[in-house]
Design a protein around this ligand. Structure first.
Ligand code: IMP
Length: 177
């Protein structure tokens, strides 16, 4: 499949994504029973993941979003983080679960975690659909729930983009190098 100037091949199918998300939902339902967590999606890449995951949640919960970006339309991460939409809810004393599409170097995530900690939540954990363990530059103890671990490769689809394209794809594809 061609997206802009690059070629991609299938990596994770829609069905496998749905199955994994059901299991993540079950885990969250158990771990947060009696707690009313706040799910904070990190836009834009998380939008499909958040939509599908929260449908599996059967305990009281809140859902909100923030927007951070470290990629600027390329295929490698930059260290600069741009803050586009700030968080509007009060998380003081609340159990926060950050929902990410993908953790690559971990820089975006650790920036967000440090920022959220200033507002003294009761707890912060992270649930990421994808993780590239080989690219992770920092150890992030809050990273508790992972959908799939993938190789050091660039992926698109299911919310993830290349030059803002491909977010609408049902499956996840990897770059053919
Ligand atoms: P990090 O700060 O290096 O962990 O990068 C995290 C952000 O970069 C993610 O939230 C994505 O928006 C973007 N990103 C990282 N890897 C990929 C990829 O393979 N495809 C598309 N976007 C990616």
């Amino acid at each position: 499949m061609k997206i802009a100037d690059l070629t991609f091949e299938p990596l994770i199918e829609e069905k496998a994504i749905a199955k994994r998300i059901t299991l993540l939902g079950e885990q969250l339902n158990n771990d947060y029973a009696g707690k009313t967590p706040i799910f904070i999606g990190v836009l834009s890449g998380c939008f499909l993941f958040v939509a599908d995951l929260v449908k599996q949640i059967n305990i009281p919960c809140e859902v909100t979003f923030t927007k951070l970006a470290s990629y600027y339309g390329g295929t490698t991460s930059t260290l600069k983080i741009r803050e586009d939409i700030d968080l509007s809810v009060d998380i003081n004393g609340r159990h926060v679960v950050i929902l990410e599409d993908i953790v690559d170097t971990g820089n975006t995530l650790s920036y967000l975690i440090e920022k959220l900690k200033l507002h003294t939540p009761a707890s912060i954990k992270v649930c990421s659909l994808l993780l590239k363990p080989g690219k992770l530059e920092l150890s992030i103890e809050e990273l508790r729930y992972i959908g799939f671990e993938i190789e050091n490769e660039f992926v698109v689809g299911y919310g993830l983009d290349y030059k803002e394209l491909g977010r609408n794809l049902k499956d996840i594809y990897r770059l053919i190098s």
